[in-house]
Design a protein around this ligand. Structure first.
Ligand code: FES
Ligand code: FE2
Length: 310
């Protein structure tokens, strides 16, 4: 297929969409956002939930009381219970009301890689990213971006744009793995070609190139593991759909002290900042039929195959 045919095809196509409400793990907050005894509202796909922490554990419930619908995020914590602000019904972490007065929906929660992950369904369909004890994790940013979540996730797996936008040259073809329905990973070795300050730092830290493995966990969550010579760092990116925009949450894991953590955050955020302009307002159409776009096409088919939440 030549470029002219491809352009016609793109113009005729409907805008590409993936549901804002997948049955997936969502990164709803950083672990440090909710201290013991605190309550916070949060979003899960296209719904609202309430989070609270008691005895060290985070729980996720429907946001409204089953009695008369008061907002539970206005309540308080008493022992192991979330207490409704209006008439004092007491909710356990599993959504049960004390005294057999019924229950509301609860959601599976896992804390890993410095983040609070909530599964948008009654039972997790797959495991979230495994804990990496060798890294110290810290929140890097939470930003609202003018692009839908699926376009931003697909952009990460669009190896074709690395050179134009990120000043990275692939030194070998990327390796894709999609052996599990919910997981998709892409590994590559790249060399930094740009002259920005962050590029020079990368060239100094990794003169022989950077080995990167990106793994998407069911759509709106992916990790990036980077090996630079004898150093390693990791990034977890969570996407919260806000209509056709996205709230992006980043957590960075690094080995060593505070300075290493600062450098790792700086390098990851500099890399991602380059995407802001080209992705702002994008109406992504990943199915061009061109050989150079084969990776994003496969990734987009994977995103389309993921199940929607009930
Ligand atoms: S509305 Fe919650 S106890 Fe009445
Ligand atoms: Fe990018």
């Amino acid at each position: 297929m030549d470029v002219a045919e491809t352009r016609n095809l793109t113009e005729k196509s409907l805008p590409w969409r993936v549901s804002n409400n997948l049955a997936a793990w969502y990164l709803v907050a950083a672990s440090s956002d909710i201290a013991e005894g605190q309550i916070r509202p949060a979003s899960l796909g296209s719904r609202e939930i309430v989070l609270f922490r008691t005895k060290g554990r985070i729980h996720a419930l429907d946001p409204h009381c089953s009695h008369m619908g008061a907002k539970l995020c206005q309540g308080k914590i008493d022992g192991e219970h979330l207490v409704c602000p209006l008439h004092g019904w007491r909710y356990s972490g599993n959504g049960e009301v004390a005294g057999g007065m019924g229950r509301i929906r609860s959601w599976p929660v896992q804390e890993t890689l410095g983040g609070i992950l909530v599964f948008n369904g009654p039972k997790p369909l797959y495991a979230p990213p495994a804990h990496q004890p060798e890294f110290r994790w810290g929140g890097a940013a939470s930003t609202l971006i003018d692009a839908p979540w699926f376009a931003l996730t697909a952009n990460a797996f669009d190896t074709h744009h690395y050179e134009a936008v990120h000043r990275r040259k692939l030194l070998e073809p990327p390796t894709l793995e999609h052996t599990d329905r919910y997981l998709f990973s892409c590994s590559y070795l790249s060399q930094v070609t740009g002259g920005h300050f962050s590029d020079r730092v990368m060239q100094y830290l990794a003169p022989r190139g950077i080995r990167v493995t990106m793994t998407c966990y069911g759509g709106p969550l992916f990790t990036v593991h980077s090996i630079l010579d004898d150093r390693q760092a990791s990034l977890m990116v969570g996407m919260e759909p806000v209509g056709d925009q996205t709230r992006l949450r980043l957590l960075v894991g690094s080995q060593g002290g505070k300075l290493t953590a600062l450098i790792a955050r700086y390098l990851y955020t500099s890399f991602l900042r380059s995407d802001l302009k080209p992705m702002s307002g994008v109406r992504l159409q990943p199915f061009t039929g061109l050989e150079v776009d084969a990776v994003i096409e496969r990734f987009a088919r994977y995103l389309e195959s993921l199940p929607e939440a009930e």
